[in-house]
Design a protein around this ligand. Sequence first.
Ligand code: ATP
Ligand code: MG
Length: 212
Amino acid sequence: MITIALSKGRIFEETLPLLKAAGIMPLEDPESSRKLILPTNRADVRLIIVRASDVPTYVQYGAADLGVAGKDVLNEHGGTGLYQPLDLNIARCRMMVAVRDDFDYSLAVRQGARLRVATKYVQTAREHFAAKGVHVDLIKLYGSMELAPLVGLSDAIVDLVSSGNTLKANHLRAVEEISAISSRLIVNQASLKLKRTVIQPMLDAFERAIVA
Ligand code: ATP
Ligand code: MG
């Protein structure tokens, strides 16, 4: 049995065509089904539906053989026990630093001010500001980072941005790009060795189906 871990929403939607190219079709839709384990047209392949940030954990421990996870999530997880053979080029966005419209970020940085930064991506933020030599106090949040600077919780946020409309609607502006983000295929390292004859053709089919 091959178990593939996916999260609901954009990752599931954007992974579907790749699965199809490998001859794998789910028999139920996770948006309407309450099942967390979804059978597919292939008796030897099943999907499990987990939180986006939990995908690397299921694959790391071998509870899933394969998974699809954003680079943002992988950076926070650390990647231990995971093989990352393919950038699927889906769920693309950017990891950015954003501040209130009226906050002079570059001045604060030049003055060496200690910045309060709210984010779900603590590891990413720590690495970014350490590399810049900017001192920060990191405040861990689990969602709606955009609110933090508006109510004085932080000076800045580190968050994913795609269109920028949410920032604009909340009088925030992006001041720095940390990295481009897309989703990667991740594979349990032991699974790849033990189930190579089944997994390798899947990897080949995904690779052929990736839209550049
Ligand atoms: P949860 O909803 O469980 O808290 P999440 O918000 O990170 O987790 P999704 O919104 O489904 O989950 O995002 C899944 C992945 O898609 C993210 O890890 C990221 O890589 C990518 N992503 C997030 N926001 C965007 C966006 N606006 N545009 C494109 N890709 C995005
Ligand atoms: Mg979400």
